[in-house]
Every structure is written in C-alpha cells, then in structure tokens.
Design a protein around this ligand. Sequence first.
Ligand code: ADP
Length: 277
Amino acid sequence: MSHEARSFAKIVARNLSLTYENAATGSSHTVLDGFDLSVRDGEFLAVLGPSGCGKSTFLSVLAGLVPQTSGEITVDGEPVSAARQKLGVVFQGYALFPWRTVRKNVETGLEIRGVKGAERRSVAEHFLRLVGLIDFADHYPHQLSGGMRQRVAIARALAYGPEILLMDEPFGALDAQTRESLQQELLGIWEQSVKTVVFVTHSIDEAIFLADRVAIMGRAPGRVKEIMTVDLPRPRPASIRHSAAFVALRERAWASLSQELGEQPVPGRVVEKHIEA
Ligand code: ADP
C-alpha cells in the first residue's frame, strides 16, 4: 500500500495555550501560547525543538492527559477526550509491566478492550513478528535489552490498533546504533500500516529521517514557528542522511533552532545532531 498522507486534517490545534499554576507559590508558568498545528491523516509529523520548549506538554494535551488552558485541539473534528480510543502512546522509558511476559505485555491493551484469548494471541504475535521479537514472546522485560524493550512498547501500542501513534522521544535513551535501526524499523512498520504519527524529538537528524513534515517549535512560550516539508523519497535508506537534500534540510532546521538558542549559524560548519537547551 502506498503511504501518501491524505490531505484532510486528522489533528487540528488552534491557538492552544497552557499555563501551569503553582498554588503553593502563587506563580504561573506559560508553556504553550498561540500553538497552531494541523496534522494530516496518514502523515508522519515530527515535532522538533530545544529541551523545555513544550513538546511533551503538547503531546500530553493531544493525548488528553493534560487539559489546555485555552484554545482548541481536535481529532477528526472532536475534542481529544472523545478520541482516546484512536490514540496509541509510546513514551521514553518503555513502561512495560515487569511481571508480564513480552506476549502478555503486547496483549494488555487488547485485554482491556475485551478481545478474547485466541484473537488476542494472534494479534500480539503479528505485531511481535513485525518488530522482530516473536522468538522472545515468553521472555520477561528484564531479560531484554533497552532496544528490545522499546520494540515491545511499540508492538503493544500498535496491537491496540490506534489510528494515531503518539511518540515522545521513544528512542532517546538508546545508543546511537540501536536508535538508528529502530528508526528504520519504525518507518518500515509505518509504511505497512495506515497511521498518523506525531513524533516528538530534539534530534534534527531523527526528525528529518522519519518525517513527512517537521514542526519546529520556538521556546518561551512554546509555539510552532516553522513547518519544514521533508521532500525526501521513501523508502529511506540509512545512507539518505548523507545526501545533499538531507544535509540542506539539516542546515535549515539548525538555523531555525539556533535562533531559539541565541546562536548564529555558521555557514559550512559541522552541524551537531542533537540540540540541547
Ligand atoms: P520538552 O518536551 O520540549 O522538553 P516539556 O513540555 O517537558 O518540554 O516542558 C516545557 C516546560 O514546562 C518546562 O519548562 C517544564 O519545566 C514545564 N513543565 C512541564 N510540566 C510541568 C508541570 N506539571 N508543572 C509546571 N511546569 C511544568
């Protein structure tokens, strides 16, 4: 199946703002302000920005975990509270149940939905095969490496059958090699399934490698300052990172983020892969 993003908007955030009030000190902290974003159905959208700019906060609002202070956010035209069943979430740090086997972890969401044993098992096995872990189905999380645990978390989110996958720095804690191979795997999975993905990262390379479009956030308070279209062909081999088009996009994203960090981009410099505030 070709994975062209369809043109209608799946997720729309309009003039979103979020202010945390601290009752103890009487202070408040505005994290999102004037945040506008539209995500197309079937699109892989990366949200890129320096640490602390509000990326995770946006994802939490989108997941319906934190209510916005003002503005609007909808999934298929409905408030996010009505769309929870459509969302699958993968955060950093795996969050697997240590007392359940890999298979049982992947079955969890289906169990909650009331899917019966045999069907549950076959769906879980399908996704374990997809992430290359079928031979580890009866292992426990502590018997797996970090990369394998994150693959279980991805299989679990996919098994639930969400229309939208929300991912918050899911590969952030992994070594560079594991991270790159999981990025590749994720693209393979995404190309086979018709899903909208919103992927939060502070890595320029990760955002460009994965996404159809990159929403670059400014800081204090957080909002989308630029949308960068990634017109690289798919499927994307690892070597695409060395192509002139990739390097040009990296330079552009770096220039945009440098402004946020108060740095001047230097033409021709070696560009860091990761942005830290
Ligand atoms: P990012 O994901 O871009 O690193 P976050 O969304 O995690 O940024 O955080 C944005 C800002 O919001 C940070 O300054 C953080 O300290 C603040 N923040 C996050 N959660 C809370 C909270 N529950 N109460 C107050 N401030 C918070």
